[in-house]
Design a protein around this ligand. Structure first.
Ligand SMILES: [Mn+2]
Length: 466
């Protein structure tokens, strides 16, 4: 097995920057992931290393942990050598020492020696900085090693470390941008394969197969489970058993995770048959106009929340044109009337994680000490609100989702009846949903579309189907 890594200096520099951000203030403990069983111990999910561990230590191998001593500067990787059984069943690997040297680390210890380091630090009153665990096995380890209950692990998470890691990872370097360009371009190829395979009579899962094939053929995999559906109104459905029927649209939200674990996240909505119906065309244009408006606003200093709200207003203006909404567009957005159609946020950070660093906490990744996430329907699902900075990579993904159950609920309450034409809306009950999503790098002056261009206008999409 060959390990895929950046140059050693990349990791040395990243850790040096982290040490500087933490200052002389105790131990930084970063846990890698271990293999996770699917239905019995030896049948595991595909291994996915923790992204922060990958960022600072690069080693895409299960059962490693690492410590950075912010006081002494010492860096240690903890891991066990393979047993003969490991070698027989899963093959060989370089020794822990050899792997550590690939990322500029000379000190290595057996895995459980990490406990000794932690205890020593705690007994001498030093801080042990940890990130919030999202896997049960790592949570159990932390509880055991720190000698606290599982419920109390959350209280021992280091906000200082969270903020330092986010500040570093959120600004993508040219090396990372190159990886993301690659991941998004593979995602484009996946989308093209799906669109070209779409025709009446086929099943949704046949399209999922095309997406997986295109990813695997590029030495990538899906960064998140495919959303390929003729019921696009369900934002994150993973059911793929429907038959594609003429007259409906397919919503395809898929993204590659490349060999270096950087990801893309693209969505296109297209007709099952050759062309969109008139209603589909009209609402597609509404979403596309909102998207174009949002893209024009992308630049450092602008709050993403304001871009989200501006996009919402564009959606309302468009929905008024087709008589689904009425009244003053700004007031409609202030009242939340648009959330009948657009229940989620405009986008999120993107990187090694599809929702980049969401494990570290949305309040720190997408918001700040002074800008907190709102709790109302709609804005509670906006993962990114803060002011943009050059080097951010994010998604822009407006949509219109016609959810019959939501129509009935709101109509019964006469909710936002000054802004929504319920009689017209009821004739759209079977419409489905539209989402269009691309990925952008924020630059000094504005933004840059990542990856190869993926057709998105009505004409371009229909052109692909000929
Ligand atoms: Mn997305």
């Amino acid at each position: 097995m060959k390990l895929q890594l950046f140059n050693k200096q990349v990791y040395v520099d990243r850790r040096a920057a982290l040490k500087q951000a933490i200052g002389q203030d105790g131990l930084i403990l970063l846990l890698g992931n271990e293999d996770s069983s699917m239905n019995y111990k030896d049948n595991c999910y595909p291994f996915r290393q923790d992204s922060s561990f990958l960022y600072y230590f690069g080693l895409d191998v299960p059962m490693l942990a690492a410590i950075i001593d912010a006081d002494s500067g010492e860096e240690v990787i903890f891991g066990d050598e393979l047993s003969m059984d490991d070698i027989i069943w899963t093959g060989t690997l370089p020794s822990v020492k050899e792997m550590a040297s690939l990322v500029g680390i000379t000190e290595t210890r057996a895995y459980l020696q990490v406990v000794h380091y932690i205890h020593k630090a705690i007994t001498s009153g030093r801080t042990v900085h940890i990130l919030p665990p999202y896997r049960p096995e790592n949570k159990i380890k932390l509880a055991t090693w720190l000698n606290v209950s599982l419920d109390d692990v959350a209280d021992h998470v280091s906000i200082k470390l969270i903020k330092a890691v986010i500040a570093q990872r959120v600004i993508k370097t040219p090396l990372e941008i190159e990886q993301m360009q690659n991941a998004v371009s593979i995602s484009v190829d996946m989308q093209l394969a799906v669109i070209k395979h779409t025709r009446p009579g086929r099943k949704e899962y046949e399209l999922v197969a095309k997406a997986e094939e295109a990813a695997m053929a590029a030495n990538a995999r899906l960064g998140y489970p495919a959303i390929i559906t003729t019921h696009g109104q369900t934002l994150h459905t993973h059911y793929h058993g429907n038959t594609l029927q003429e007259g409906r649209m397919v919503l395809s939200d898929i993204g590659a995770e490349n060999a270096m674990h950087y990801g893309g996240d693209l969505t296109r909505t297209f007709p099952v048959g050759r062309s969109f119906t008139t209603r589909q065309k009209e609402l597609y244009e509404v979403v596309l106009n909102a998207m174009d408006h949002a893209i024009c606003m992308l630049k450092p200093g602008v709050r993403y929340k304001d871009i989200h709200l501006a996009a919402c207003q564009k959606l309302v203006e468009g929905l008024k044109q087709v008589n689904l909404m009425k009244g003053n567009a700004a007031e409609a957005v202030a009242e939340g009337a648009h959330t009948m159609f657009f229940q989620c946020g405009l986008g999120h950070m993107l990187g090694m994680d599809t929702h980049d660093m969401e494990d570290l906490g949305e309040p720190y990744v997408g918001y700040t000490d002074t800008l907190k996430k709102e709790t109302v329907f709609g804005l509670k699902s906006l993962r990114l609100g803060r002011g943009l900075e050059a080097g951010f990579v994010l998604t822009v993904e407006p949509g219109i989702y016609i959810i019959p159950e939501l129509i009935d609920r709101w109509a019964a309450e006469k909710k936002c009846a000054d802004f929504i034409n319920y009689d017209v809306l009821n004739t759209y009950r079977d419409f489905g949903g539209i989402r269009i999503e691309d990925n952008f790098l924020i630059t000094e002056r504005g933004s840059h579309l990542l990856g190869k261009y993926l057709p998105k206008s009505l004409m371009e999409i229909e052109g692909l189907k000929e």
